[in-house]
Design a protein around this ligand. Structure first.
Ligand code: SAH
Length: 213
């Protein structure tokens, strides 16, 4: 598992592209410049790793587009030590970005093979989430709540209630909502019952699947 000068060069180009598309948070850009995205994909696809596109990672799933990862992460406004829940671990790339920002990451994946593969892979390259969970993200992770931030990395047909209720006061939920196309949506918890809602542009994600078990 190599990270060469060539990779580093391509990565700086990717950072530039993502910044040109409107990402300004310097910590987020730094994370994208640091994480060897090509290692999160199967070998043979290295030339695709630093293009600003989503890419298949097997099991009908994708590694999200770097711009999308950056956009969602920016909306979370992470501070060092924040407790963050991610729904849809997938390749672990977004997980790595959250860790680079100094947050404590809990992440849920419902696809067994991906869960196993990513659980082994992340520590190998030095990324240690607090907890990786094999399970259904619709339920969140009540035993670890409340969270300062929750990020959903699959398209949700509706906003799961448990995710809202597992936010700390002041916490932020970033979730793409919709069927074919999703609207990036941010909820900020104001108090026990009140949530502020903001909508951003349209994105396309693989669907957040209901648990079939
Ligand atoms: N964050 C990932 C994106 C992966 S794509 C990355 O950076 O690579 C979305 C992921 O959500 C897929 O791995 C898919 O299996 C997972 N997923 C879909 N429905 C889910 C659910 N109900 N609970 C948890 N994960 C789910």
């Amino acid at each position: 598992m190599k990270d060469t000068f060539k990779h580093k060069g391509m990565r700086q180009q990717l950072v530039k592209t993502v910044a040109e598309k409107g990402i300004t948070n310097s910590d987020v850009l730094k994370a994208i410049g640091k994480i060897p995205r090509h290692l999160f994909m199967d070998s043979g696809f290295i030339d695709h790793a630093y293009v600003d596109k989503a890419f298949p990672i097997g099991a009908d799933q994708t590694i999200s587009q770097p711009y999308t990862v950056a956009f969602q992460t920016e909306l979370l406004q992470i501070e060092e030590g924040d407790k963050i829940l991610e729904i849809g671990t997938g390749s672990g790339y977004q997980t790595a970005v959250l860790l680079e920002l100094g947050s404590k990451v809990y992440s849920i994946e419902r696809q067994k093979e991906l869960f196993k593969k990513t659980s082994k892979f992340l520590p190998k390259i030095g990324y240690r989430p607090k907890k990786l969970v094999f399970g259904d993200g619709y339920k969140g992770l009540p035993e670890e709540a409340p969270f300062d931030g929750i990020i959903v990395t699959a398209g949700a047909p509706f906003v799961p209630k448990p995710l809202l209720s597992q936010l700390a006061i002041g916490g932020r939920l970033v979730i793409p909502v919709g069927d074919e196309v999703q609207t990036m949506t941010l909820f900020i918890r104001k108090d026990d019952k009140e949530f502020e809602k903001h909508e951003f542009g349209e994105f396309r994600f693989v669907p957040l699947l209901e648990n079939k078990n």
